[in-house]
Ligand binder design. Structure first.
Ligand code: NAP
Length: 525
């Protein structure tokens, strides 16, 4: 439980503290950038984007580990309104994705709205005026009608709770905070974790290090990555015949979308993928003992399915040991496993993931009556359409609860949520509307439906422990359907789902005509 402190920060008397923006956006990952771009494109200029780092890019700025690349095809993992013809590979590397984000920032003219080195420390809603106050650790306070949080699910790296972690004398860092000043050449290096980050790191550093000791708690299901360079001629075709590029994106989209049938609708279909993944292990791994260690005992899809062509070959290398005995503790010179053996290493890399499912917002958010979001979310985060939370008016979350995907590009979900949020912000720009607050009964009904659907999904029936679920086994992270369903449900912000409070204090909703014009303006404005 987070301590109840009702104090607001000292208000900075700068001009920022006097000005009331239409929106303050938090974060410059794909979510924050998309919101900024869509506001700008629809003629709304009164917004700032606060970024804690000193550059844009969110998770794609932070995750610079060797081998970092996307596991969704780049022609789909990019904005629908900003296609790029010359992706170098089918699955773009981190640097190219970050460059794309920077290019979009400049192309759509939103860089001047971005305030870097501005880490938000809290946001408070003033019900009397319908205004949010957002303060940064650097001491500036912003005021806005709406807050759009784009802080993402993968922005808080987690170091494992292993005894002795602080006693280790060598180099140690998390995969999302790679220490590039540390030279791993010829060193004995431990990698803890075998998730999406580790399977990219291991094959990239294995040829460089002296020895690599990989500590696996649970094996991941891995399938081949259909990756390759994209030939110059294909890039040329995409550039000069845009409909072909569009068709290519659509083909990827529908191929990925089929996965929903197995993830969320009938997990028995996963058996087909499982057979394929098992034969991939057999084909790729020489030793039978190693094959067994690498074969998961839960249904494929329960944890994120990983794509790699070079992870298994790396594990066949002489200088790589897969250690599955379980970690007892970390000592001053290495990692001690439960069989009593101490593995001495020069460095430990924690590829141990992020804090995603637990009910924490990265900073204090207080809504109506000073209610703290962390308290409301104590038993698991939930929102309406992953975007709005009852009691927290004019607050919109992009990549909020239950908007994650196991099968396709998150940018599809981000664009849908931004379309929805844009309508909310447009309503708030109407002079007589003070705030809009999603109705609790609507939010509850929605979440009952989502949880019922999730209960049949592989994420809850597949027999694994994953970060998708809270410690009490509730899935607060994933969307249990097709992305086109989510898009349809977020296309209109329906006024009847909200309490509309006007400046004169009356609660009167706009009519149905307004709903259509808002959506059309948001789409084409
Ligand atoms: P992750 O998938 O959560 O994997 C963390 C790994 O650390 C797991 O193998 C976990 O084991 C292990 N671990 C955690 N605590 C441990 C402990 N105390 N002792 C031993 N092992 C421990 O994290 P990630 O690999 O950073 O990936 C997180 C997410 O980031 C992915 O699911 C994906 O959405 C995203 N990502 C995407 C890409 C991309 O290509 N787009 C690349 C990297 C990451 P258990 O399985 O037993 O918990």
């Amino acid at each position: 439980m987070v301590a109840q402190t009702l104090e607001k920060p000292n208000v900075n008397r700068s001009s920022e503290a006097q000005k009331v923006y239409d929106a303050v956006i938090i974060g410059t990952g794909f979510a924050g950038l998309c919101m900024g771009i869509r506001l700008k494109k629809s003629g709304i200029d009164s917004f700032v984007i606060l970024e804690k780092g000193n550059g844009i890019g969110g998770t794609w700025r932070d995750n610079t580990y060797p081998g970092a690349a996307c596991d969704v095809q780049s022609h789909l993992y990019s904005f629908s309104f900003a296609p790029k013809s010359n992706w170098s590979r089918l699955f773009g590397p981190q640097k190219e994705i970050l460059q794309y984000m920077n290019d979009c920032t400049d192309q759509f003219g939103i860089r001047s709205h971005i305030r870097t080195n501005s880490e938000v420390s809290g946001a408070w809603f003033d019900e009397k005026d319908g205004i949010w106050e957002i303060s940064t650790k650097e001491g500036t306070t912003y005021k806005a009608k709406a807050v759009v949080s784009g802080t993402g699910g993968l922005s808080r790296p987690v170091l494992p709770n292993i005894k002795g972690i602080d006693t280790f004398k060598g180099a140690k860092f998390h995969s999302a905070k790679w220490d590039h000043s540390y030279d791993i050449q010829g060193k004995t290096v431990a990698v803890i974790g075998t998730g999406a980050s580790a399977i990219q790191i291991v094959p990239t550093i294995a040829p460089l290090v002296g020895n690599l000791k990989l500590f696996q708690r649970t094996p991941a299901w891995i399938i081949p990555k259909p990756d390759s360079n994209i030939a110059g001629s294909v890039k040329g075709i995409f550039k000069f015949i845009p409909p072909l590029r569009w068709l290519f994106r659509k083909a990827i989209y529908w191929l990925n979308e089929i996965g929903v049938l197995a993830f969320a609708i009938n997990p028995k279909l996963m058996k087909i993928f499982e057979k394929f993944a098992k034969s991939f292990i057999k084909k790729s791994i020489h030793s039978e003992e190693l094959q067994q260690k690498l074969t998961p005992n839960y249904t494929i899809g329960c944890k994120r399915i990983l794509l790699s062509n070079d992870y298994y070959p790396a594990l066949n290398r002489e200088n790589v040991d897969l250690i599955t005995d379980g970690i007892q503790e970390i000592t001053s010179s290495g990692v001690k496993t439960k069989d009593g053996k101490e593995h001495k290493v020069d460095a430990i890399i924690f590829a141990t993931g992020f804090q995603a499912a637990e009910a924490v917002s990265p900073f204090e958010i207080r809504g109506r009556d000073g209610k703290l979001l962390a308290d409301v979310w104590e038993d698991g985060a939930e929102a309406y359409l992953g975007t709005t939370v009852s009691g927290f008016p004019n607050l919109f979350m992009i990549v909020g609860p239950n908007t994650g995907l196991g099968h396709s590009s998150m940018i599809l979900m981000i664009e849908s949520q931004v379309q929805y949020t844009l309508q909310g912000i447009r309503y708030l720009r109407k002079k007589n509307i003070k705030f809009i607050d999603v109705r609790k009964d609507i939010q509850d009904k929605y979440n009952t439906e989502i949880q019922k659907r999730l209960s049949k999904s592989v994420w809850l029936t597949g027999g694994c422990v994953s970060w998708y679920n809270t410690s009490t086994g509730r899935n607060t992270t994933l969307w249990p359907g097709f992305t086109f369903e989510f898009k349809a449900r977020t296309f209109f912000l329906s006024p009847k789902d909200y309490e509309f409070v006007r400046v004169d204090g009356k609660a009167k909703r706009p009519g149905i005509g307004s709903r259509f014009s808002m959506a059309l303006n948001a789409t084409f404005g």
